[in-house]
Design a protein around this ligand. Structure first.
Ligand code: GTP
Ligand code: SPV
Ligand code: MN
Length: 593
């Protein structure tokens, strides 16, 4: 197939890669419906995908990854900057020469007997000043079809690129899906990503975590903008005014759910609406009016399936009803559809589990869907997708919200005293680990700004970048900074806060604070709501005033322990840790003495 561009930098790189991996055939992705249909046919004919019930789930498919390949692999993810210090203490590092040599050895001849797919893609609306272009070379149709949902692909992207060299190189080789030779490597200084021996989501859809966070965070550091692991949502009030919030929660901690939430009945009746701009990644820059603006660089959702249902996330579920690829969920053979834990109380009896083994949901005592099983759905499917989704200028941000899973300690919500204190709060975030990455579950770890696995450079420089961004903002225009915790538990392990749609009650307080319409209690850790200011109308049976008061308390004893943990974490960054953050830690220690 002839190439779709004459861009010499693209053709040169591709020639080098073809010479290395030796494909039998080369196919350029043009983004046409016909081509996508051809790939679906082919993937079904080889058993790589299954066509689901086309009446109930039109254009929907099921895919199973290898059993050893179901999540991101943080211990095999590397930042290959020229020096270890540039990668920083929170990243795995390999010297670029050594990494290229090792990866090329693994990838050599890897496409023999296979087809090379060349995917030109844009992160962000094609032609937006925020947007960036990448080219992913892959030997996986599954990757192609996912990228066609998650990003803007094809000929218009190459047209926008023209002759420029400003694009990110991405080589993906499935190889033998060998865990021992699995590597996800980033070369921020070369705009290059190489991923070998995986076929799973975040490891191989290179536009997502690899480019839009790891490479882009470094680009943002160099160019004065930010790439963050944040959802973007708009809250419309009864007057029709929309305020936008960006929120950073670690993987599988509620971004997709919050981004698409349905307001509680009382709010709906009054005329409140929530609009989803993005559910995972935000690219943020200062606009001409001096405010921060954000776009969602993606074009689809790669969402966690388990727990998604009519009630918890109606909009996400609705998004999966057409043109969706399901990965590692249960195959319901009764009607050729899909199922996962938490979808409904009616698991299929005649089914295949995520590994493809016969599974009876009524009698089995093991889960049918992998805990990190996912759906890949087009953003346009989402009933509450924002009218600003395609706005090339992005949306103005009123608040940044940080949060994680903390059974104890962190109150339901609190506000920082100012920007610097807000950066401190983001930098000391901690959360219990989830199934989104391989490794231990439920262990509390520091995950600054939910970026620990995704920051493409030294995290101390990343903190400095955050502080510097704030210095350039007029305090009146800078987003206000908050922390939330939907995951406080009682001693029996039950969640104390109802969560999901009811989280709007907390966002309501946040917006009121941004608009200066409500007071707050100044505490040792920042501004905490008075219980009376969190609207509990309609959920008095789900949460008592006493419980609310309990989850708004600041327990000094626990915070003293926390301060020790923060100090240990900060010590890793040595002299590079910004002085401002040391001062903020000193203030906290003084406050809770
Ligand atoms: P990634 O796609 O991995 O980045 O995850 P995410 O941050 O988008 O997480 P998602 O919204 O998919 O939620 C992950 C899990 O958290 C699901 O099992 C949800 O049911 C659960 N969850 C989300 N919001 C809430 C909440 O408000 N309360 C409780 N208790 N659980 C929640
Ligand atoms: C996450 O783990 O934060 C995800 C899923 O959004 S993945 O694309 O696999 O990284
Ligand atoms: Mn994520």
């Amino acid at each position: 197939m002839s190439s779709l561009t004459t861009n010499k930098t693209v053709l040169k790189w591709l020639d080098e890669m073809f010479e290395l991996v030796k494909p039998d055939k080369i196919v350029w992705i043009d983004g046409s419906k016909e081509q996508i249909e051809e790939f679906r046919e082919e993937a079904c004919s080889t058993g790589e995908m299954f066509r689901l019930n086309q009446e109930l789930l039109p254009d929907c498919y099921l895919h199973r990854t290898a059993v050893n390949d179901v999540a991101r692999v943080e211990h095999r993810t590397f930042i290959c900057a020229p020096t270890k210090e540039q990668a920083g203490p929170s990243n795995n590092w390999m010297a670029p020469d050594e990494a290229y040599r090792m990866l090329y050895d693994i990838a050599r001849d890897g496409y023999k007997g296979r087809t090379a797919y060349v995917i030109p893609y844009s992160m962000g609306p094609v032609g937006s000043p925020f947007s960036k272009i990448g080219i992913e070379l892959t030997d996986s149709i599954y990757v192609v079809l996912n990228m066609c949902i998650m990003t803007r692909v094809g000929t218009p992207v190459l047209r926008a690129l023209g002759d420029k060299d400003d694009w990110v190189r991405g080589l993906h080789c499935k190889c033998q899906i060998d865990e021992e030779k699995r590597y996800i490597c980033h070369f921020p200084q070369d705009n290059t990503i190489i991923s070998v021996n995986s076929g799973y989501g975040g490891n191989v859809l290179l536009g997502k975590k690899c480019f839009a966070l790891r490479i882009a965070s470094y680009q943002g550091y160099m160019e004065g903008w930010q790439a963050e692991h944040m959802l973007i949502l708009g809250i419309e009030n009864p007057k029709g005014e929309v305020k936008y919030i960006c929120a950073a929660f670690p993987s599988a901690c509620g971004k997709t759910n919050l981004a698409m939430l349905i307001p509680p009945e009382g709010y709906r009746e009054k005329g409140y609406r929530v609009w989803c701009v993005g559910d995972d990644i935000a690219w943020i820059r200062k606009g001409e009016d001096g405010r921060l603006y954000a776009i969602n660089p993606e074009n689809g959702f790669f969402g966690v399936a388990p727990g998604t249902n009519e009630k918890s996330n109606y909009n996400a579920l609705a998004s999966t009803k057409e043109g969706t690829i399901f990965t590692n969920v249960v195959h319901n053979l009764e009607n050729n559809t899909v199922w996962w834990e938490g979808l409904d109380k009616n698991p299929p009896e005649n089914a295949l589990d995520w590994k493809g083994n016969p599974w009876n949901g009524k009698t089995s005592d093991v889960v049918g869907a992998n805990p990190n099983s996912r759906f890949t759905s087009p953003a346009v499917n989402c009933p509450c997708i924002s009218s600003q989704f395609e706005n090339p200028q992005g949306v103005p941000i009123s608040a940044f919200v940080f949060g994680g899973r903390r059974a104890k300690l962190a109150p339901l919500v609190y506000q920082s005293r100012d920007w610097k204190h807000g950066v401190f709060i983001g930098s000391v975030m901690a959360s219990e680990t989830t199934a989104a990455a391989t490794g231990a579950l439920g262990v509390v770890r520091r995950d600054p700004m939910a970026m620990l696995p995704f920051c493409g450079y030294n995290m101390a420089d990343y903190f400095r970048h955050w502080i510097d961004i704030g210095k350039e903002l007029d305090p009146m225009k800078a987003p206000k900074v908050f922390n939330v915790n939907w995951f406080r538990k009682d001693d029996e392990g039950h969640f104390l806060w109802p969560g999901f749609g009811d989280n709007l009650r907390v966002l309501d307080w946040i917006i009121s604070r941004c608009e200066g319409r409500v007071g707050a209690r100044e505490t040792e850790i920042g501004y905490v709501p008075y219980a009376k200011d969190i609207n509990l109308e309609g959920i008095e049976d789900k949460i008592s005033k006493e419980t609310l008061e309990e989850i708004l308390l600041v327990d000094k004893t626990l915070w003293r322990e926390e301060a020790k943990g923060i100090q240990e974490f900060y010590a890793k960054f040595g002299e590079k840790l910004p002085e401002e953050l040391k001062q903020e830690l000193d203030i906290l220690k003084e406050n809770i003495k």
